[in-house]
Design a protein. Structure first.
Length: 547
């Protein structure tokens, strides 16, 4: 599976981007300029919620004085709907539901969270610390993550990763086991939609300028899990976790990067995987991911100018320039220059991406809507052929066959399986743990019919030999995609046991005659596609021979 997944990390030229994500009927992408607040001159760092229509961003305003930074909420239908009444508020995260966000403030340097029903809440540092900062927020503003600081704000030493509840109860998340024993530091950057998973980085070494390692903390009590590094690297930082709590994204150095960073995606099943850079660039950073980690956005360092440009990554396209990706699908980017500067948010289905760019030379927060939905596609197809050997009865009664698959795609993935019982016949979607079709003369039990893995047992077929096939199916917001087929070859040792009751007797003869008279598919005893007198003769021969 790993080799299959890794092989999909090919980077496609801009001209091929449309083909890579074709399959969904979509509108032309629209680039929304989030504008500025009253009296403001810039806006920046837009982060979009799961629905793809609600953002938070921050900028300046002269409402309370020159260059007073404020955070605002913006929607596609209404523009700026709320401005946080907090001096120096710079929001950096939005809840999955779009009703709350968090960030840093100018009030004693403390972090804050804001929600539509609750307004502003200032967070308190851990006991004995000086200040705190917030970085991530869950749905409903139920949980906020960040760090409590007791020392210079730019130094890791003295920081402690924290998760706060809505009411302000703080949990010290601790440090990575194995890090420096004296004055270590940790910082929480991202939190899952339900607030149960927190990710960030913890100090790993104090040698030289010091190194950090990405961590994952799971409620209720952790401890922190070390997510490792890219191959040959020395340090890593986690920035976000997918809404399904599985994929963690961030950036880490590698042995071949000369100390430069490269975006990564980490899953328990695969470990840390480098996402590389846009071809020709020197480094990349991952800032946000969609529902299940199938789409990652951030920035890539653009050589030879060494300026950043916004990037988007999917397993189908690899890492590409976000503006080129949008233009390839018809977006009008007039006024936005040659690229967007950075991407900070992505919707659950990957169709909306937000961030920072320059419009006519002025820094502006942006949101792109109408990008292609990321169709589900299979990175691990079922094993191609399984032969079910019989144990004295037709069709292998008492034996089992297992098929498994894995898919990539945006949003929640729902698995299903189809069975094709004969060439030229339409596939039948399995809808429960038992398949039974008397007309086709086929029945079996199926475990896991709505999961990535199924186990077939109690197979009974009145036609032997017989080949049937199974296809995995995955459905996401883009539609349904079918895997390559896996063949199950049914081979019996006693074809005369027509009713598969483990005994060859006169009832088998009567059952065959009934099927033959009714021209049922099961009466095609010799499997030549026609029900005729030769089937009767072949059955009589088998019945006479016995088992």
């Amino acid at each position: 599976m790993l080799s299959s997944l890794t092989s999909t990390y090919s980077v496609l030229p801009a001209a091929m981007l449309l083909a890579a994500v074709a399959g969904s009927a979509i509108a032309v992408p629209i680039v929304h300029n989030l504008g500025v607040m009253p009296g403001g001159q810039f806006s920046t760092r837009a982060v979009v919620a799961a629905d793809g229509t609600t953002c938070t961003a921050w900028g300046d305003t002269t409402v309370s004085g020159p260059y007073d930074y404020r955070t605002f909420r913006w929607t596609v239908g209404s523009g700026i709907t709320h401005i946080v009444p907090l001096s120096g508020a710079r929001g950096g995260a939005i809840g999955n539901d779009g009703f709350g966000f968090s960030g840093g403030s100018g009030v004693a340097g403390n972090g804050f969270h804001w929600s539509i029903p609750g307004g502003v809440t200032l967070l308190n540092p851990l006991g004995g610390d000086l200040t705190c900062r917030s970085a991530g927020i869950s749905s409903g503003a139920a949980f906020v993550c960040g760090s409590s600081v007791n020392g210079p704000s730019l130094q890791m030493a003295g920081r402690r990763a924290v998760r706060w509840t809505y009411s302000g109860v703080a949990t010290n998340l601790g440090f990575l086991p194995g890090g420096p024993g004296v004055n270590p530091g940790s910082d929480a950057i991202g939190i899952s939609a339900d607030g149960s998973v927190v990710v960030g980085h913890s100090q790993w070494s104090t040698a030289g300028f010091g190194t950090v390692r990405a961590f994952k903390w799971v409620a209720p009590a952790g401890p922190m899990q070390n997510l490792g590094t890219n191959p040959g690297g020395t340090q890593s930082m986690a920035t976000a976790v997918s809404s399904d709590n599985i994929a963690v994204i961030g950036h880490a150095d590698t042995a071949t990067s000369g100390g430069q960073w490269a975006a990564f995606r980490h899953k328990p099943s695969t470990g840390m995987q480098s996402l590389g850079t846009i071809p020709g660039d020197g480094a990349s950073w991952a800032n946000a991911t969609n529902f299940n980690g199938s789409c990652v956005v951030g920035s890539s360092e653009y050589f030879p100018t060494t300026m950043d440009r916004a990037m988007i990554w999917t397993a189908a396209t690899g890492m590409v320039d976000l503006m080129a990706y949008a233009v390839a699908h018809g977006a009008n980017v007039a006024g936005w220059g040659s690229n967007f500067r950075s991407a900070w948010g992505v919707s659950a289905d990957g169709t909306a991406v937000s961030g920072t760019g320059f419009f006519n030379g002025h820094e502006r927060a942006f949101l792109i809507t109408g990008l292609p939905c990321i169709d589900g596609f299979f990175i691990w197809n079922p094993n191609p052929t399984t032969i079910v050997a019989s144990s004295g009865t037709v069709g292998g009664h008492g034996t089992t066959a297992t098929f498994s698959c894995e898919a990539e795609g945006a949003g929640p993935l729902e698995y299903s399986w189809d069975v094709t019982v004969a060439a030229g016949m339409p596939p039948i979607t399995l809808t429960g743990p038992q398949f039974d079709d008397p007309l086709l003369g086929l029945s079996f039990t199926v475990e896991g019919w709505n999961t990535p893995q199924i186990t077939i047992s109690e197979m009974r077929s009145s036609i032997v030999p017989r080949d049937i096939s199974f296809n995995g199916g995955v459905t996401n917001p883009c539609g349904r995609t079918i895997s390559a087929p896996a063949t199950l070859a049914i081979r019996g040792t006693c074809p005369a046991d027509f009713n598969v009751d483990t005994t060859v007797d006169f009832f088998d003869y009567l059952d065959f005659v009934d099927a033959f008279s009714g021209e049922l598919a099961t009466a095609d005893f010799n499997g030549d596609g026609a029900i005729d007198f030769f089937d009767y003769l072949d059955f009589v021969d088998a019945f006479s021979a016995g088992c």
